[in-house]
Design a protein around this ligand. Structure first.
Ligand code: FPP
Length: 254
């Protein structure tokens, strides 16, 4: 364990030349954050939205190229209707106030997941944000909304199978690159696979997130609940990432 001071010293030693290009985050612990304060669960989501703003700006200033945030999973529909409705309002609230800051910071919004199931107003907010930030060529802020990795893989397999049966490709053409090209991250090209996955709130699971893309990602499980995560927490996670030896199945560091 590091003392607070040692952590502070570590924080100052972040290597700006080796910032992970793609960071993905499972933003967990909003409910527990609220319950600890005797607040309704949605208060945790509201505070979590503020954290999204803080972490987006911090990541962009550090030079991260893609920040993928797991905002709503295909399994989250099982939650009580009031909570689901609140979560569906969050993108509307977020983009209605934050798009000018995103543009100021040259951040482009992207969304992966089946947004056709979201309420009309939420879809409009998302599409407007994508349109309004389309010319930004800095960091990509990629929201996973109604996203599930098994759903993504199922769709990819169906699409590849239909290309085979239509004679567009041969089964022998199917390789890593072709499969990646059918994933919802294909728009990200070489940056599709996260270098670093962070999950907050101490849970150590992947929860149906980016199962294909995480093949060689470094995983960081941090104890803070998402509303308590901040720019310092992000830097600490990056410093730990920088201490890892990535070998991608080989023997040498990359
Ligand atoms: C998991 O915590 C969190 C979610 C299911 C929702 C995450 C959403 C946000 C942080 C806000 C997103 C903001 C925008 C702009 C879309 P949990 O509720 O499972 O927490 P618990 O495990 O403590 O119950």
């Amino acid at each position: 364990m590091f003392s607070k001071k040692e952590v502070a010293n570590q924080t100052s030693t972040i290597d700006m030349e080796r910032i992970p290009q793609h960071i993905a985050i499972i933003m967990d612990g909003n409910g527990r954050w609220a319950e600890k304060r005797h607040l309704p669960r949605v208060a945790g989501h509201k505070q979590g939205m503020q954290t999204v703003k803080t972490v987006t700006i911090a990541a962009s200033k550090l030079g991260v190229k893609v920040l993928t945030l797991y905002a709503f999973s295909t399994e989250n529909w099982k939650r009580p209707t009031t909570e689901v409705s609140y979560l569906m309002q969050l993108p509307i609230r977020f983009f209605s106030t934050f798009v000018p800051d995103l543009i100021k910071n040259n951040v482009r919004v992207m969304v992966m997941g089946d947004i056709t199931r979201l309420p009309e107003q939420t879809q409009t907010a998302v599409k407007d944000a994508i349109r309004d930030t389309a010319d930004c060529d800095g960091m990509v802020l990629n929201f996973a909304l109604n996203y599930g990795s098994r759903d993504e893989i199922t769709r990819a397999v169906k699409s590849i199978a239909s290309d085979v049966s239509a004679g567009k490709i041969n089964p022998d053409d199917i390789d890593d690159d072709l499969i990646s090209g059918h994933m919802m991250t294909s728009e990200l090209g070489d940056l599709a696979d996260p270098d670093l996955l962070i999950r907050t709130s101490g849970e150590e699971r992947i929860s149906n997130f980016l199962l294909w893309q995480l093949a060689y990602s470094e995983l960081e499980f941090v104890p803070e609940h998402w509303p308590d995560f901040d720019a310092e927490s992000l830097k600490e996670a990056i410093i730990k990432f920088q201490g890892r030896h990535r070998r991608f199945g080989g023997l040498t560091n990359k």
